[in-house]
Design a protein around this ligand. Sequence first.
Ligand SMILES: [Zn+2]
Length: 244
Amino acid sequence: MKIQLIEHKNITGDLVILTGLHIGAGSDTIEIGGMDNPIVKDPYTSEPYIPGSSLKGKIRSLLEWREGKISSKGDPCKCGDPECLVCRIFGVSADRERKTGPTRLIVRDARISRGFLSEMQQHKFFPDEKSIESEGFSPEAMTRRRAIASYLVEIKSENAINRVTAMANPRPLERVPAGTVFDLQMTYRVFSIDDDGGERDLELLDKVKEGIRALENDALGGYGSRGCGRVKIDNLQLDGEPWD
Ligand SMILES: [Zn+2]
């Protein structure tokens, strides 16, 4: 098989959190008073983010369900069939890549939208007086981002009620509050396969869009069946043009 990279397609959008989002990090109960259900946060700025692996894994599993690719064991599809759109878009193990070609979709970590932060500042949701619209990674900038990050996490308490004694057993849960906006960023790599000019890879782009849109009907992160993780995607764009 002759395979040649011909193009990168940029996929962007605003991922809006409609109900509190919980993407768990490792527990930090070793710390006294530590939260035993924390969310993932950037270690320097303490800002929550959505790992690309979580987004990619969720979109992949939704497409696998839609395409009937879920095995009885429930493992991700690893068939490596050149016609399997899941394996082509999301990738397979290195030894099977010879048949499907390299992973097409690269999903970046989704960071809190700078536009969202600056709008929240303008409306005095955050106390910082300086605009953080175009923050870099200087230590000063990160210190200020850390001060604001505490506003980007809610602690929700859930109760398991003992059926006999009716005693409540509360468990705190960290979430990103509803209304927060993350920058969705992905790159789709188009390969020409046996001189098809990228035709077969470009055909799969509609499936990528279908997977992204399917997020809106499902839930991202943990506790989805209990109300967490409903999202919508605004301003979905392909190479800077509206993608509907
Ligand atoms: Zn497959």
